[in-house]
Design a protein around this ligand. Structure first.
Ligand code: GDP
Ligand code: MG
Length: 438
């Protein structure tokens, strides 16, 4: 999906204004990319209409290129369709909260139950995992292994054959034992069938879970949409957890499931390990689908907060691999604003490094310290730090009230940052950077 979208926007480069004709080719490619990513046709149709309604006739903002503006519009439409108002919180009750997990066999229910129990435990609450999948012979044992790995108690009944009774007994056990959250790991089938649905409906009716969640396998594309529809018709889902979204940028199924069922996506599974569960954030997912992720956020932030001309210049120098201490100093100035720091770290290329540099302390104070060292350098030294020998280092240290070691440290960090940026400008990130280039 990423590559498709990337080339879609490239076609717009160099145009002055968004018009129907110059957008048509780009939008056609966006459409194809979505279809190829397994987003269902009706969703794509709605989406495309939304985007072109928003885009046509918009004057391109002075500071933006048309492709940047269209990226913004597409991104906003993606956020809308993914559920811009969605809320990943679990909303636990003060006493016992019962979560019922359902889904097809192999979707990742048991794994996700364990991941949730882990998160709940981290919040200082007590979870209870309930072995209500009596269909698969090894399911109960699997849940015990999962429970052990996340330090969570598992409720199961030896030789039980009635999952409804097991769930009811488990909830009672939870009330008597100060448990905060009961997680019901129910049975699945390879395909949706009446028996499965009836069993789940009966649990829903008799146990009255507070929240019913569907676990769907994100790798199954259109099947995920069909099962989400069927489960939602039978159970009125409170949310969807989509698993197996690791690595690859599969956004297609997420888009369709949310659009077709209207059920919010709550969490996404990003690894088979117990720490691989993330709250779902539509804005981050939209960026991920767009394939420019953090770079895009950075440019948006830059557009809102920064001196445009300055950003552009730094950007150009970065592209040429000419990032200097002067640029570094200007970056420090730009981010030395309350609150902005937090937003920027990790977003901007190279800022991850800067983040490490500033770690563990008062950011603003730390930036004044770094800025002070650079201010004590001559323009020559800033352009070419290799000039800085021992006596110059002593002078800089004295001028900025730090030790010569600190000057050394800063120069080393700057060096690795500059090297990394050079690598980025010429290497893997070029696609994204190119697109944004003025
Ligand atoms: P269930 O039948 O619905 O209970 O599914 P399981 O929890 O047993 O999971 C089926 C398989 O999917 C197992 O091999 C899991 O390790 C794997 N799995 C579950 N969630 C994820 C995920 O988010 N990412 C990856 N890579 N694998 C997952
Ligand atoms: Mg299972």
């Amino acid at each position: 999906l990423q590559d498709g979208l990337r080339s879609a926007f490239k076609t717009l480069r160099g145009q002055g204004r968004l018009t129907e004709s110059n957008m048509r080719e780009g939008l056609k490619m966006v459409e194809n990319a979505l279809l190829e990513a397994d987003v269902s046709y009706s969703v794509v149709k709605d989406f495309m209409k939304d985007v072109s309604d928003k885009a046509v006739g918009q004057d391109v903002l002075k500071s933006l290129k048309p492709e940047q503006q269209l990226v913004g519009i597409v991104q906003q439409a993606l956020i809308d369709i993914l559920g811009g108002d969605s809320d990943p919180a679990l909303h636990l009750k003060p006493d016992v909260t019962v979560l019922m997990m359902c889904g097809l066999q192999g979707a990742g229910k048991t794994t996700t139950c364990g991941k949730l129990a882990r998160l709940i435990g981290q919040e200082g609450k007590k979870a209870l995992l309930v072995a209500a999948d009596l269909q698969r012979p090894a399911a109960v044992q699997q849940l015990h292994i999962v429970g052990e790995s996340v330090n969570t108690q598992v409720y199961s009944e030896e030789g039980a054959s009635d999952p409804i009774a097991v769930c009811q007994n488990a909830v009672k056990h939870a009330r008597d034992n100060g448990i905060d959250v009961v997680i019901l790991d129910t049975a699945g089938r390879l395909a949706i069938d009446e028996e499965l649905m009836n069993q789940l409906k009966t649990i829903d009716l008799k146990v009255q879970p507070d929240q019913v969640y569907l676990v769907v396998d994100g790798m199954t594309g259109q099947d995920a949409v069909n099962s989400a529809k069927a489960f939602n018709d039978a159970l009125e889902l409170d949310g969807v957890m989509m698993t197996k979204l690791d690595g690859d940028a599969r956004g297609g199924a997420l888009l369709s499931v949310k659009h077709v069922t209207g059920v919010p996506i709550k969490f996404i599974g990003v690894s088979e390990h117990m720490d691989g569960l993330e709250p779902f954030h539509p804005d981050r997912m939209a960026s991920r689908i767009l394939g420019m992720g953090d770079i895009l956020s950075m440019f948006e932030l830059a557009q809102r907060e920064f001196d445009q001309e300055q950003v552009q210049k730094t950007q150009e120098r970065l592209q040429k691999g000419q990032f200097t201490l002067d640029d570094f100093r200007k970056q420090l100035n730009q981010i030395a604003r309350p609150g902005l720091m937090q937003k920027m770290l990790g977003l901007m290329p190279g800022m991850g490094e800067l983040g490490k540099l500033l770690q563990g302390g008062d950011h603003e104070k730390e930036m004044r310290r770094l800025g002070g060292m650079i201010d004590s350098m001559t323009p020559d030294e800033r352009a070419n730090p290799k000039l800085i020998d021992n006596s110059r280092r002593q002078r800089i240290a004295k001028g900025s009230g730090v030790s010569p070691q600190e000057v050394n440290e800063m120069l080393k960090q700057f060096d690795s940052m500059a090297t990394m940026m050079k690598g980025m400008a010429g290497g893997g990130m070029t696609g994204a950077m190119d697109m944004m280039r003025k």
